[in-house]
Ligand binder design. Structure first.
Ligand code: NAD
Length: 247
């Protein structure tokens, strides 16, 4: 479904991002994954190469709070592969601090990675996509971007911003043939969720209409659809993959 496409996936070393990278490779894309540390990038690359040595995948660990560094790495992708078709802004951090306990620095940390970093990657990517006549930008939102959550206010705030950025860029960039969409996962079985004790996860599951947590691969399927030509007329969409947990 993505044969010949070149993709960048931020936060691609584990969890949802790693599942997206795998899914894109399985579907013929060449992928550059970003991670926060060189060691975790190397580990992810080793595991992907072990699965299929023919997959064209490499990694980088730019500081996502540094716009110039992010731009340089994205320009390098274009230099090496000649194009950039898909940008997946997936790196993110969650939070559960109560409002009284918040240190403003913590609030800013969440906003910087979950919102500002997307903008830093979008700018150089859009330049390339405009030059080549089109492209696709995908952002990882969350079910809390619809329902809010009763703690860690920075996190839902950041994800509401992700939706706003997605819808606005879809309007601005549609005439340049650049589609912009988001995926809003529900509770997904990444390392963090898998490590939660049963006593905590079971009551949570009872609030989800599908009565289970989602698998990273199920979220990655939405990223595949939205990046593919199957979604050629889909833009400005926030696609929930949450078993209706947002309701
Ligand atoms: P994870 O913690 O397993 O992976 C996070 C990824 O982001 C890693 O690859 C990590 O390298 C990268 N990252 C984290 N901090 C970074 C930093 N400062 N600089 C650069 N990269 C950094 O998380 P996940 O659960 O796979 O979450 C991925 C995305 O999905 C996030 O945007 C998250 O908000 C969203 N999400 C997750 C869930 C869930 O239940 N897991 C639900 C809704 C939304």
């Amino acid at each position: 479904m993505l044969k010949g496409k070149v993709a960048v996936v931020t936060g691609g070393t584990r969890g949802i991002g790693y599942a997206v990278v795998r899914k894109y490779l399985e579907n013929g894309a060449k992928v550059v994954l970003f991670g926060s540390r060189a060691e975790t990038v190397e580990k992810a690359l080793a595991s992907l190469k072990a699965e299929n040595p023919d997959w064209v995948v490499e990694g980088a660990s730019p500081d996502l709070s540094d716009a110039a560094q992010v731009a340089k790495v994205i320009e390098n992708v274009k230099e090496k592969y000649g194009r950039l078709d898909i940008l997946v802004n997936n790196a993110g951090v969650s939070d559960s601090t109560k409002v009284d306990d918040y240190d403003p620095v913590q609030f800013e940390k969440v906003m910087k990675l979950n919102v500002n970093a997307i903008f830093y990657a979008v700018q150089p990517a859009v330049k390339i996509m405009k030059e080549q006549g089109g492209g696709c930008i995908l952002n990882t939102s969350s079910m809390v971007s619809i329902s809010g959550q009763p703690s860690g206010v920075a996190y839902p705030t950041s994800k509401f911003a992700v939706n706003g950025l997605t819808l606005s860029l879809a309007r601005e960039l549609g005439p340049s043939n650049i589609r912009v969409n988001a995926v809003a996962p529900g509770v997904t079985k990444t390392d963090m969720v898998a490590a939660l004790p049963d006593a905590m996860i079971q009551p949570l599951i009872q609030t989800i209409p599908l009565r289970r947590v989602g698998e990273p691969e199920e979220v990655a399927n939405a990223f595949l659809f939205l990046a593919s030509d199957m979604a050629s007329y889909v833009t400005g969409e926030v696609l929930s993959v949450d078993g209706a947990a947002r309701a």
